[in-house]
Design a binder for this molecule. Sequence first.
Ligand code: SAM
Length: 403
Amino acid sequence: MNPDRDAVRDRYATAARRALTGAGTGLLTGDRDAGRLGAVHYAGVELPDEVTATSLGCGNPLVVAELKPGETVLDLGSGGGLDVLLSARRVGPDGRAIGLDMTDDMLTLARRHAEQAGVLNAEFVKGTIEQIPLPAASVDVVISNCVIALSPDKPAVFAEIARVLRAGGRLGVADIVADDTLTDAERARRAGAVECLGGALTIGRYRMLLREAGFADIEIELTHEVGDKLHSAIIRATKTIPVVAMTAGHADRVPAIYQAGLDTGQASFETVAPDWKTWDAVHLPDHRFVALDAAGSVVGWTAISAVSSRCVYEGVVEHSVYVDPEARGRGVGRALLAALIASTESAGIWTIQSGVFPENTASRELHRRAGFREIGIRERVGQHHGFWRDVVMIERRSTRVGT
Ligand SMILES: C[S@@+](CC[C@H](N)C(=O)[O-])C[C@H]1O[C@@H](n2cnc3c(N)ncnc32)[C@H](O)[C@@H]1O
């Protein structure tokens, strides 16, 4: 059964108006609810009690959101604003925390809470989660707490989340989900379609809709039971990054991203990126990939070169992976390495190897997560800007090819 949006709005408008008079929301008042829903998930947060008391959530999405300073975070169905205010503190003055809600009185309550808490980098916007009034690719992280289950059109919600997130952007939500064994008829009989319960998706369908909307790394962790065959869950997923074969059409961006990497001083002994023609000549023609952002611009590339002409080494290659500094921390490198590994393995290549400066901890971690091991450190291999530098030798030996 799909919840009725007007009934949902009326319920939360009434709750917000009550809270604005200081009488509390009037929801989640029973002992059973108080132990499982609302403020119970926010013990110890540094916000005024009247803010935490208006929480109507079923978990705490911030435990999985991993917000970083400077990020833009969007809370779908922000209610009294608790998660937005906590997010605003985590993303700091250079970041933005945006709460979206369709209920005017909830927006009034949330703005009052922001003022009471002295939070300046939070804003509250009116709109529905099925038609988010924000531009495409403008958000790093989408959070939500006990709202998506209330939507009458979940595919539209997931499509909208995918639209507003940047490539590699993250989703971290608390929501109600139903056991896969719950039939539609049983679901329809569940009381409380306006209380996140009757409209809950089954776990399998949640996963499928996210996948169809372009999400990967989907995790659905059940946290506690909220009814017969109904659970509160924490759901996380990442918007996939399109990775496509590199063509000559990418000839301008590939050397530019290469140069930006060299300029960090941590990518290579080289200091000046070669032009496209030289680059093209030294890399093997196959297994070249670029990652794209939502606008189709290249934000990273990977390619390989041969390590030896001896046929015994035909399954061994050396790789490079470079990510535009503007797109770092969004999973671009991970997506490129995944594409490179799949492509090289299907062509019978069994070892990918390279060298990384020891100080380049981000690259070492990226490769470790992609299954590379560190063989050891070659000391004082060469001079870089007048200093001798060590190199960590890394390799990924396939367990599928050449076994
Ligand atoms: C259960 S409350 C959760 C509020 C808040 N996330 C929290 O944790 O306290 C649901 C909120 O979502 C809003 N809401 C429900 N459906 C919505 C929709 N389709 N679009 C925008 N807001 C919606 C309601 O107005 C209400 O403020």
